[in-house]
Design a binder for this molecule. Structure first.
Ligand code: GDP
Length: 314
């Protein structure tokens, strides 16, 4: 192929950002575009919060707090303390440094820029070479259906700590941003990676946008997903709980079935190597637990190699 190959990744928050970091470091600068879920976005205390975009910005710039697992390193909490003293809603944690990002985003949006432009400007300020692309410039909120009615995503995820039983999910249907559609239609596109984010909470809101799945299918580039399961369990978060609540076995067969018709290959963990034979598509068995930067980059290299194999075999 002439010119540098380009890769598009689809990502939610923490799990997806780990692989996005690895891909960014494994590829030439600027070759990666990450389409990020904004189904979790909400307005809180008047501030526009984009949790998954922020996780990508902090992770790709190396500013993320690896010990806490979310937010910025070196964070301080004077704002939250004062908010609590004043009787403000304190169920959603906003660190002082993090707060600056939300305030600035709010001001930029108010000045007439769209979320794609705002995110690009923030990413540039943070020294990020990859393109961080919000899935849409319009709100497309995810609603979590429970036996007691539908919950806004952050009420379910943060306030109620994923405790309610999930009976279904309702995804928004905003238009994908022009930048997202352009990234998927780029003739230099050599592969699409669905990161090991939660398929139901983080990836489905992206795939649910009108024309998005069609764009994936129409691309001549192979599509691979990395399973969020390691040793038959989710690494963290409610993926396994939700699968069980939706009546699905917590297995890679369920992940493959979920993405059937969209993906050309699935990357599963060594601990689940026994699943490979029964899966109805090409499978790569790899070490997928990304506990440090070296492992993120190593897995990214394997995923890129798998894409090469699929492209050559096409
Ligand atoms: P959130 O939006 O912050 O909840 O994060 P995501 O949806 O992006 O990621 C959550 C998923 O990432 C969970 O299902 C985890 O099992 C998965 N995950 C987290 N870390 C890893 C890892 O190191 N390897 C793999 N394979 N999956 C991971």
């Amino acid at each position: 192929m002439s010119g540098p190959r380009k890769i598009v990744a689809l990502s939610g928050g923490v799990g997806g950002a780990k692989l996005a970091f690895g891909l960014d470091r494994a590829l030439p600068a600027g070759a990666l575009s990450v389409i990020v879920n904004t189904g979790d976005d909400f307005t809180h205390l008047g501030l526009p919060i984009s949790p998954d975009i922020d996780t990508l910005l902090y992770t790709l710039s190396g500013l993320n707090d690896t010990r806490r697992g979310w937010g910025r390193a070196g964070e301080s909490w004077a704002f939250m303390e004062t908010l609590r003293e004043l009787g403000g809603e304190d169920w959603f944690q906003l660190g002082d440094r993090d707060l600056a990002l939300h305030v600035l985003r709010g001001a930029m949006l108010a000045s007439g820029q769209d979320l794609t432009q705002v995110t690009a400007a923030l990413a540039a300020r943070m020294g990020i070479a990859a393109k961080v692309l919000p899935m849409s410039d319009a709100p497309s909120p995810t609603l979590v259906e429970t036996p007691d009615g539908a919950l806004e995503f952050q009420r379910y995820f943060v306030e109620q700590r994923c405790a309610p039983v999930v009976t279904g999910l309702r995804h928004g249907a905003a238009a994908p941003s022009p930048a997202v559609l352009a990234a998927l239609a780029d003739p230099a596109l050599a592969g699409i990676v669905i990161c090991p984010s939660n398929p139901w909470l983080s990836i489905d809101p992206i795939l649910a946008l009108p024309g998005l799945s069609e764009a994936l299918r129409a691309s001549s580039a192979p599509v691979v997903a990395v399973s969020p399961l390691v040793g038959g369990q989710a690494v963290k978060g409610p993926t396994a709980k939700i699968m069980a609540e939706l009546g699905l076995p917590v297995t890679n067969a369920s992940i493959a079935a979920h993405y059937a018709g969209l993906i050309d290959g699935l990357v599963i963990d060594r601990a689940d190597a026994g699943d490979a034979g029964a899966l109805p598509l090409p499978v790569a068995v790899e070490e997928t637990l990304m506990t440090d930067d070296a492992r993120k980059i190593a897995l990214a290299g394997r995923v890129l190699g798998f894409l090469d194999t699929l492209r050559e075999g096409a």
